[in-house]
Ligand binder design. Structure first.
Ligand code: SF4
Ligand code: SF4
Length: 201
């Protein structure tokens, strides 16, 4: 494995942290405020959300593959899954199920859309593992209950310095490419939300 160059690691961290974080907040709030809450659930718009969702899952599978190389670092740390706050945001829910009832900035009750889908498809992971205390509701002592492509985007997009240090040059370059794709996807979702506002009923 060729270790990643310092400059590549810095670029990766730049996209993963300040850029992705700010962009995610901006896109989620903007999409939530401008989407027409009825029209965005129509058959026409549901098809468009589904198309974006396929794109989202492909990106998350790619980021998940990279995560295998630093899984040992995260398993020893666990910081990202600590705290009981919910991780899913408006666009995570709407892309996975445009008919979701959870249309607020935060989901304060009920289950994550990904969990409902994974259960319906028999894809929940670590079924017999006890839940981890004081952590995300989806975390068990053996890891996350969700397959990677059904997790919130932020769970796959976040990398810290220690995690990135465990990656090869190729993995870092691929990670930067995938994070850029994720930014494009979120912008496409904002544009779709805007179209639902102005579309004819
Ligand atoms: S990404 Fe970093 S902070 Fe988060 S769990 Fe992994 S090692 Fe810990
Ligand atoms: S959904 Fe899974 S990966 Fe994301 S914070 Fe919760 S346990 Fe961690």
């Amino acid at each position: 494995m060729r270790p990643a160059r310092w400059t590549t690691r810095m670029v990766f961290l730049f996209y993963s942290r300040p850029v992705f974080r700010a962009w995610e907040v901006f896109c989620n709030h903007t999409a939530r405020l401008i989407a027409h809450k009825e029209r965005m659930r129509s058959l026409q718009f549901s098809r468009e959300w589904a198309r974006l969702n396929l794109w989202r899952m492909e990106i998350q599978r790619g980021l998940g593959k990279i995560s295998d190389s630093h899984a040992h670092v995260c398993a020893a740390c666990g910081y990202c899954c600590k705290g009981t706050r919910e991780r899913d945001a408006f666009l995570d829910r709407v892309m996975q199920n445009p008919r979701t009832e959870h249309l607020g900035a935060r989901r304060r009750r009920g289950e994550m859309v990904g969990i409902v889908l994974a259960r319906a498809e028999g894809r929940l992971l670590h079924l017999d593992a006890p839940k981890a205390q004081g952590c995300c509701n989806e975390l068990t002592c053996h890891g996350c209950r969700l397959p990677r492509e059904l997790r919130p985007m932020q769970c796959l997009a976040y990398f810290c310095g220690a995690a990135v240090k465990a990656l090869s040059q190729e993995e870092c370059e691929e990670g930067i490419r995938l994070l850029k794709e994720l930014l494009k996807l979120q912008w496409a979702a904002v544009k779709l939300a805007l179209r639902s506002r102005w579309a004819r009923s």
